[in-house]
Design a binder for this molecule. Structure first.
Ligand SMILES: CN1CCN(Cc2ccc(Cn3ccc4ccc(-c5n[nH]c(N)c5C#N)cc43)cc2)CC1
Length: 243
């Protein structure tokens, strides 16, 4: 999979050269390329923004500079998806990450200021490019770079060979079960007067699995009742319903 990230702050994406994503990049499992949007400016001040038409505070990113940058990165063969982080986007979820992990090429357009001129997304949609506008959540960031870091990491870890133990991708929070993750522990069994739950030391796998599911259900009901409400009717068995 190839991911191109376009930004006026390329150094913001430097953390992607660390850890798993960096290893995947170096191993050739992920072709990650970061581009400075100012490369495509033509004036001596390398201008990427202008005042908003219709008035309002702040500045808007110019369509012409973005067009020059994206024309070079987006074909019109549909094999490339344009991802635009924005406060007004659809919520980015694990389902989004799973879908994007199957896309051959992704171009992430990181806006700044008040955002990117709306005609940019409109133009590439009209040219048949799949364009997805995503938001990380209901809070305000200063630009799309943090979202790009999140998207690249969430997608890259789903690519074959990136995560050492693929089983760890199965039992994940917000995974197929739709529940939050159960609490995890490691050694020592006693730490500052806090003991690991006895059942986890029992070696009784069925009881451990039951305990973990119970804790996941309790956590989800307590912290994310919206996820419980979305569970399919057959998701909870009789044991679950005793809680
Ligand atoms: C007058 N009002 C009219 C509404 N605007 C709204 C607004 C517009 C842009 C920005 C800054 N910004 C620029 C590009 C960009 C991309 C993503 C995100 C982003 N924020 N939160 C998420 N979950 C994000 C994601 N993903 C923010 C971005 C902030 C606030 C304010 C002024």
């Amino acid at each position: 999979m190839r991911i191109d990230v376009v930004t006026i702050f390329p150094e913001y994406l430097a953390p992607l050269e660390l850890s798993l994503v960096g290893k995947a990049h170096r191993a050739g499992l992920l072709d990650l390329r970061v581009h400075d949007l100012r490369t495509w400016t033509t004036d001596r001040h390398r201008t990427v923004d202008d005042t908003p038409i219709g008035g309002g505070a702040g500045m808007v990113m110019r369509p012409d500079v973005w067009g020059e940058a994206l024309d070079g990165l987006l074909g019109d063969d549909g094999a490339v998806e344009l991802l635009v982080p924005t406060p007004s986007g659809e919520r980015f979820t694990q389902r989004t990450a799973e879908r994007l992990a199957a896309v051959p090429r992704l171009v992430v357009a990181c806006g700044r200021y008040e955002g990117i001129d709306a005609r940019v997304a409109e133009h590439y949609r009209a040219r048949g490019v799949p364009v997805t506008e995503v938001s990380l959540g209901d809070y305000v960031l200063n630009g799309g770079e943090v979202a790009a870091l999140v998207v690249v990491e969430a997608v890259a870890r789903l690519l074959p060979g990136v995560v050492g133990n693929p089983d760890s991708l199965v039992e994940e929070s917000h995974g197929a079960a739709g529940l939050l993750e159960y609490p995890v522990y490691t050694r020592p069994p006693q730490w500052r007067g806090h003991d690991v739950p006895e059942v986890l030391l029992s070696g009784h796998h069925a009881r451990i699995a039951r305990w973990r599911r119970d804790r996941a259900l309790e956590r989800t009901a307590e912290r994310r009742p919206d996820l419980v409400a979305r569970l399919p009717a057959d998701a909870l068995d009789a044991d679950d319903r005793r809680l």
